[in-house]
Design a protein around this ligand. Structure first.
Ligand code: PRP
Ligand code: URA
Length: 208
């Protein structure tokens, strides 16, 4: 597994804005989608191309198109929904596989409550999206689920990742690449990322 912390200035700038506690729900939502688009750009740089030709204004033109696998985007509900439109902006034809996982705030265990995977998922590349990679439990549960369904090519996009969670996912799933906008310092005793964003789901949905 490789972890890629994206260094693009726009990503750094937008993440800086998102860290402000006083930011409105509207702005937090917009920025989450914008950063998701930038992460998608980075995470798709190795997509294979093939040649084809089209009828252009002055005759046949050889062009390139994305070859190979179809994509499914896998938002981990609920907070992953906050990145979905940002990813679909660049991959509009992707099928969406919704996975419902809630972290038990007492035990920090990931409890699965929904699994609605796209058809032929074993032939698709899966791009998991979740703003926060904290202990890693939610991401590992999602990867386990996708692999059990036959998925062989999996990558993940996160806004903020904690070193503890990265280490856990690396050990459990060394074949999965993670693209993140920020690797932060650590987890606190409640399993929140420091400095992090706070509760990303609550900030995206305006709950609490
Ligand atoms: C948050 C976050 C991740 C998970 C990360 O979701 O969006 O899914 O916690 O923590 P972990 O790495 O320790 O598993 P939460 O369970 O709070 O649910 P929500 O999306 O409904 O807010
Ligand atoms: N979930 C969040 O929303 N934030 C954290 O810091 C950890 C888990």
């Amino acid at each position: 597994m490789a972890i890629y912390e994206i260094q693009h200035p726009l990503v750094k700038h937008k993440m800086g804005l998102m860290r402000k506690a006083e930011l409105s729900t509207k702005s937090f939502r917009e920025l989450a989608q914008e950063v998701a688009t930038l992460l998608t750009y980075e995470a798709t740089k190795d997509f294979e191309l093939e040649h084809t030709s089209v009828e252009g204004w002055c005759g046949k033109v050889v062009v390139q198109k994305i070859a190979g696998k179809k994509v499914t985007v896998v938002p981990i509900l609920r907070a992953g929904i906050g990145m979905l439109d940002g990813v679909l902006a660049l991959i509009p034809g992707a099928k969406v596989s919704a996975v419902g996982i809630a972290r038990n705030e007492e035990t920090l265990q990931a409890d699965t409550y929904l699994k609605k995977l796209a058809g032929e998922i074993d032939q698709r590349m899966a791009i998991i999206i979740d703003p926060m990679l904290a202990t890693g439990g939610s991401l590992i549960a999602t990867i386990d689920m996708l692999k059990a369904a036959g998925c062989k090519d999996i990558r993940a996009l996160t806004l903020v990742s904690a070193p503890e969670g990265i280490a856990k996912v690396t050990t459990a799933h060394p074949d999965v690449d993670i693209y993140t906008a920020a690797i932060d310092q650590c987890l606190n005793e409640d399993g929140y990322i420091i400095p992090g964003l706070g509760d990303a789901g609550d900030r995206l949905f305006g709950t609490r």
